[in-house]
Design a binder for this molecule. Sequence first.
Ligand code: MN
Length: 205
Amino acid sequence: MAFILPELSYAYDALEPHIDARTMEIHHTKHHAAYTTNLNAAIAGTEMEKMTIEEILANISKYPAAVRNNGGGFYNHNLFWEIMSPDSEGEPSSQMNIHKAITRDFGSFENFKKEFSAVGSGWAWLCVDKNDKLFICSTPNQDNPIMDVVDAVGTPILGLDVWEHAYYLNYQNRRADYVSAFFSVVDWHAVTKRYNDANPGASKF
Ligand code: MN
């Protein structure tokens, strides 16, 4: 079964002024679409056609580089679109499990933001490890923390594309401004849902 490029749940201009419509449109219809097409070509006629994208990525050391790059690109952009919303409240409310977990593991939301914003280019991630602890990491290329080839394996619950194609039209070299603007469009309801789904201990809050 082929993987399908998902529709966004908001319009290309919905995240303005933080992320501009043209960047969103190119990013979705060119970059993400190409990863999806190339992933389907790379898995055609293999056992991977019967696997979920998560299963493929968790065993990526067994598969060709084209699957690693395009499967990562397919998954990462799906997650990226999902955890943004024009209705973002900017910060998770103190009632949300994700707020409680961030405060527990980073001291404060501000500290978390500072640490997350300091990661370099590639992808920046907030993840849950197997002990239900949050950690921040970054991955090069289209790698992600699900892959069995990365240093820190975990379940990503928030991801930011820090490749130049994600911001250059609007921000040029001002990467820090882009990262800061991203926090104005994070959908913390979606992130807390991913956290609860990933974390069997979430109910302890
Ligand atoms: Mn991208």
